[in-house]
Write a protein that binds this ligand. Structure first.
Ligand SMILES: [Cu+2]
Length: 179
């Protein structure tokens, strides 16, 4: 592991911790050493310039554990505004949903394997946050959250999924294709 990579990772982790500490004081206890992070291709988080127009996307999830959209497309670096809404009626504790976009090459099964240890972090293992491009919180019935970000600059398929335990296995995942 190169020093520059370690520093970048720790900076990333630190940023996440600062943000999350406001929500969960026990989060630090669940944080693991960076060495447990799975080896995946890293996408540079550097800002992307794009002349493409803002693309607004709406995704809903329901009590049947389905996303309304499972195929999304965008141009390299295109500004995106993703509004995710839980259109279900069941309680958040038993049927919460979120929308998590992963970096290229990340395996959602790996994140899902350890989801149950990360309830205080929206079921994202804290030591795997570096595989997340952007995500909403776990949302209860009727709640929504809007994410504004630039699409990845590298063409290819990027997995999005719901990190609530069990939902990935039921099929709560899709692809954002950059081309
Ligand atoms: Cu879900």
């Amino acid at each position: 592991m190169k020093p520059s990579y370690s520093a970048a990772f720790l900076a990333l982790l630190g940023t996440g911790l600062l943000t999350q500490c406001e929500k969960s004081s026990d989060r630090a206890a669940t944080t693991k050493a960076p060495s447990t992070v799975a080896a995946v291709a890293k996408t540079a988080p550097a800002a992307v310039k794009s002349d493409l127009p803002l693309k607004k996307i709406e995704v809903t999830a329901n009590d049947q554990m389905k996303f309304s959209v499972t195929q999304l497309e965008a141009g390299p670096g295109q500004p995106l505004e993703v509004t995710f809404r839980n259109a279900g009626t069941m309680p958040k504790a038993s049927m919460g949903h979120n929308w998590v976009l992963l970096i290229k090459g990340a395996d959602p099964d790996k994140l899902a394997e350890n989801a149950f240890t990360a309830a205080g972090n929206d079921y994202i293992p804290p030591d795997m946050e570096d595989q997340v491009i952007t995500r909403t919180k776990i949302l209860g019935p009727g709640e929504s959250e809007t994410l504004t970000f630039n699409a990845p600059s590298e063409p290819g398929d990027y997995v999005f999924y719901c990190s609530f335990p069990g939902h990935l296995g039921i099929g709560m995942k899709g692809l954002l294709t950059i081309k």
